[in-house]
Write a protein that binds this ligand. Sequence first.
Ligand code: NAP
Ligand code: 8YV
Length: 318
Amino acid sequence: MPSKPPVLQNGPVSYAGTMAKIDELFTAHKLWLATDKLALARTIGPEIRCAFTSGHDPIAPEILDALPNLKLVACFGVGVDGVNVAELARRGIAVTNTPDVLTEEVADFAMALLLSTVRQIVKGDRYVRSGEWVKRGNMEMTWSLTGGKTLGIIGLGRIGKAIAKRASAFNLAIAYHGRSKQDVPYRYYADPVSLAKDVDILMAVTPGGPGTKHLVNAKALEALGPTGIFINVARGSVVDQPALVAALASGQIAAAGLDVFEAEPCVPTALVDMLDNVVLQPHQASASHETRGAMGDLMIANVQAFLAGKPLLTPVKV
Ligand code: NAP
Ligand code: 8YV
């Protein structure tokens, strides 16, 4: 029976099937369970060449210092804004993520969140369960996606393009913003404010991190306007969250559908209390058995490729 290669598991990944596979295939040292993390790192340090983590769960510098032979950090998720890729590269440590295997799932979820927000599906569910329908009769009318509406996508990447394909099938016109214009049949806007002014729904699908912090700011929300709807499946940091709360509370924008937040899992009470025009989700866009399983398999396959001396499957470019 070949021995199971030692790896460091920086934190749990959000899929039990992957956690089980890691234990089947590797001798996994689970850092987050250690009473003294640094002592564990120092003890196992010399034998550790690979580590698993999530894209929002950085390995602390003092732990990295205790792992002189660490050469690969394999991340669960496509977004790696929470992992200091530049610092790891400075230390000669490669990073992998899990793109593509989650693209269709997240795009489906983004459309579900858009439809739930526009047609107030969650409000309607509450309306029935609470007995309001019996007491008050029909629920109020909702907004609509029909009538030539335009969806503005900030971040027309793998997932953004998959969303655009779905949205076109809903007869939505598509516009987008990114750092560069692409060869696509959609109108390009060089900044988020001018995009927001011209669209009915604004959707964020960019990476997180300093480069996109508050890309959707108070000015963009004002430009979106009182019938405008904001959807965020990117990262909470991409929107100025206090400005979003103020815009929703004042009616400066009509509604929002949010899967990500500034300080997850904490969500401002003001958003929690907005029952009629805000749909909240717990960072669920990729959270299906199939997709999380595929993400975990890809993360593990990167480590197996590395240990076999083969090229990494999905290296993150610095
Ligand atoms: P991707 O293919 O790399 O697309 C990223 C897009 O963002 C690109 O079109 C890029 O266009 C744009 N972008 C990057 N930096 C920008 C900036 N500073 N300003 C404006 N646009 C910028 O990545 P993906 O696979 O589509 O994933 C996108 C993101 O979705 C992930 O990084 C993650 O944050 C999020 N996500 C969330 C969930 C969830 O559970 N809610 C699940 C998966 C992914 P340019 O290069 O032209 O700027
Ligand atoms: C995951 C995500 O929930 O892939 C991403 O960037 O945001 C989600 O798919 C998360 O990264 C892992 O817990």
